[in-house]
Design a protein around this ligand. Structure first.
Ligand code: 5AD
Ligand code: SF4
Length: 442
């Protein structure tokens, strides 16, 4: 029996797809292709309308595969499955099952049941049982591994559907995360990316109040991961700024394996809009946090998420976002145009920003970013950077690429000693629009 999974959306979904694949392989399935498989899964995203539209379009198109091969089982998992449930079965008559985000542990048994006796079903109860069931990994050798340390979100930002489709925030035990990290490292993984909607809330038992300055179970987790022999780098995404406390900053500073890069979602630079978004910080406190982190860890780089065009965003609010982004000087940013999500609180408000204005704001921030990244990269020409080698570069098969701890991509000519997952020094000779070029030092 062959399976194929098409994944939409965030890294958490990528990670879930890997865990689903591992569970299916353990049950005797092998990986096939979209055109040649017995089980076709769509692991979907709901964060913006476009992601749902794209997945629905693709699932609709796949109907012709089912006509050719009626035994094909088609299932939808992930956030759109959770949000729409039965409605998807009604809308897409060739769909066999819908499995919500809290029911992933049911996937293998459900597929086995359906193979014996065909029926259509939707299971979307948000159960916490899923938490420890998603630890499986693909066994193919790789230098990079990802571990989901929390699931769900308790923040309820007014624009966001995630708390509704992923449920309440729950943290895995430290022991199970460490066991998974050690197992990955023994298989050759050298860099681990920790995932969660708000990783810095790890171990706080869902308490929405940011922890006391000297308390951070997430910091303790980083310290223990830092001790794993053979592991070279630890990354995480994303921490909510209000939880990024002095205890966490000092752990980052003292843990040499923790990368010098933080993805710190800003969303808006206007205090008024942040309040409307139900974000628990102001533009000023965000600024101060970045300064505090920079002072403790010189050279650290920042990336962020920003949404333009939320209901009520005036030109003056947008100007504040633009100003704050330029002031912080993010080395990377993901800029999103607001998408009303039925179910999220802000969807009840009038979508007041016209699409052209939205597009214009988006473009302005992208242009600023392009200019800033170009300048930051050219400032690194002539420096020597420590790079974790990743392998043959996607664009040019004659080159290899890797990343600095600060998350800049570096391309170089390989030598015969190159192997993915090793650290090498690279002398930077030139910069491009989004990456660096250099030569390996012996
Ligand atoms: N519209 C646009 N962007 C959104 N995000 C979350 N919800 C929405 C929405 N309704 C963005 C936020 C978040 C990122 C993952 O997606 O910036 O950090
Ligand atoms: Fe959504 Fe806010 Fe939770 Fe992030 S912190 S997942 S934006 S509700």
């Amino acid at each position: 029996m062959k399976y194929f999974i098409r994944t939409y959306g965030c890294q958490m979904n990528e990670r879930d797809s890997e865990a689903i694949g591992a569970a299916l392989e353990e049950a005797g399935f092998t990986r096939g292709s979209e055109e040649d498989c017995d089980l076709l899964l769509f692991n979907t995203c709901s964060v913006r309308e476009a992601a749902e539209r794209k997945a629905k379009g693709k699932i609709g198109y796949i109907r012709k595969l089912k006509l050719k091969k009626p035994s094909l089982i088609i299932g939808v998992t992930g956030c759109m499955a959770q949000r729409l449930g039965e409605e998807l079965l009604r809308e897409l008559p060739h769909l066999d099952f819908v499995l919500g985000t809290g029911q992933m542990q049911r996937l293998v048994p459900l597929v086995q049941e359906l193979m014996k006796e065909r029926r259509r079903c939707s299971e979307t109860e948000l159960s916490a049982e899923v938490l420890e069931s998603m630890g499986g990994h693909d066994q193919s050798p790789s230098w990079h591994g990802q571990i989901a340390i929390t699931r769900g979100c308790n923040r309820f930002c007014s624009y966001c559907i995630v708390p509704y489709v992923r449920g309440r925030e729950i943290s895995r035990t430290k022991e199970s995360i460490l066991t998974e990290a050690r197992a990955l490292t023994e298989r050759g993984v050298r860099e681990i990316l920790l995932l969660g909607q708000n990783v810095a809330a790890y171990g706080l038992n869902g308490d929405v109040r940011p922890p006391a300055p000297d308390h951070s179970p997430f910091a303790e987790l980083l310290e223990e991961l830092n001790e794993i022999p053979g592991l070279l780098r630890i990354r995480f995404t994303s921490p909510y700024v209000s939880y990024f406390n002095p205890r966490l900053i000092s752990a980052m500073k003292n843990c040499e394996k923790v990368c010098r890069n933080v993805h710190l979602p800003l969303q808006s630079g206007s205090a008024r809009i942040l309040k409307a978004m139900n974000r628990q910080y102001t533009a000023q406190s965000y600024r101060e946090k970045v300064a505090e982190i920079r002072e403790a860890i010189p050279g650290i780089t920042f990336s962020t998420d920003v949404i333009v065009g939320v209901p009520g965003e005036e030109d003056s609010d947008f100007a504040l976002t633009r100003e704050l982004m330029n002031e912080v000087g993010f080395e990377q940013a993901y800029i999103f145009k607001y998408s009303p999500r039925p179910g999220a609180r802000s969807a009840l408000l009038e979508d007041s920003v016209p699409e052209e204005v939205n597009e214009e704001r988006n473009q302005i921030l992208l242009d600023d970013l392009k200019e800033r990244i170009g300048a930051r990269l050219s400032g690194l020409v002539g420096s020597t950077q420590e790079v974790l080698l990743e392998g043959v570069s996607a664009r040019n098969p004659g080159r290899w690429s890797g990343r600095t701890s600060t998350n800049f991509v570096v391309h170089f000519e390989p030598d015969e000693t190159c192997s993915p997952g090793t650290l090498r020094q690279v002398k930077i000779s030139r910069s491009g629009a989004v990456s660096l070029f250099g030569s390996l030092l012996p």
